[in-house]
Write a protein that binds this ligand. Structure first.
Ligand SMILES: [Ca+2]
Ligand SMILES: [Ca+2]
Length: 159
């Protein structure tokens, strides 16, 4: 269920872990941040990525496993970017969320017709609208699974 999210997170982790992020902070702040857990989530993310890529579970990444994992990660990043663009388009009043009236205009909801789930089903934080991560749940639940990086075909005979 959470595949897209999980893989997106992994991919983002990889991107963030790239050496580009070697920025120096001005040391003007005397107080150390109290609740900054040092790098623990990153390690966890790396471990998760590794396990996901290590298909045969032998604790090593073969070149093939690496290439496949990397390609998949790229596809997922692409898909996530597409979804973000889509989300921005759907958010017609630009408040960063899908409001109820925007929700009823979603193609996926229109197509579902009477069987369309209520917005509240995806509104995890209960604020009456769907933020991007909640929108992803909706897409996961209602959209046909994209295969091989192809966006779901929604436009058959569009008018
Ligand atoms: Ca909106
Ligand atoms: Ca919400």
């Amino acid at each position: 269920m959470n595949r897209i999210l999980a893989i997106t997170a992994i991919a983002a982790g990889i991107w963030l872990a790239s050496p580009v992020s070697a920025q120096t902070r001005p040391a003007a702040q005397p107080q150390a941040r109290p609740a900054a857990a040092p790098a623990q989530p990153q390690v966890d993310e790396a471990t998760r990525t590794f396990r996901a890529w290590d298909k045969n579970g032998d604790g090593q990444l073969s070149l093939q496993e690496f290439q496949e994992g990397f390609r998949r990660a790229q596809e997922v990043v692409q898909t996530a970017a597409n979804l973000r663009r889509q989300f921005a388009t759907l958010d017609t009043n630009h408040n960063g969320a899908i409001d109820p009236n925007e929700y009823t205009n979603l193609v996926l909801i229109k197509e579902a017709g009477r069987n369309a789930p209520p917005l509240s089903r995806f509104d995890a934080n209960g604020n009456g609208k769907l933020e991007f991560n909640e929108y992803l749940k909706l897409v996961e639940a209602l959209a046909p699974k994209p295969q091989q990086g192809q966006p779901p075909a929604t436009g058959q005979g569009r008018r």
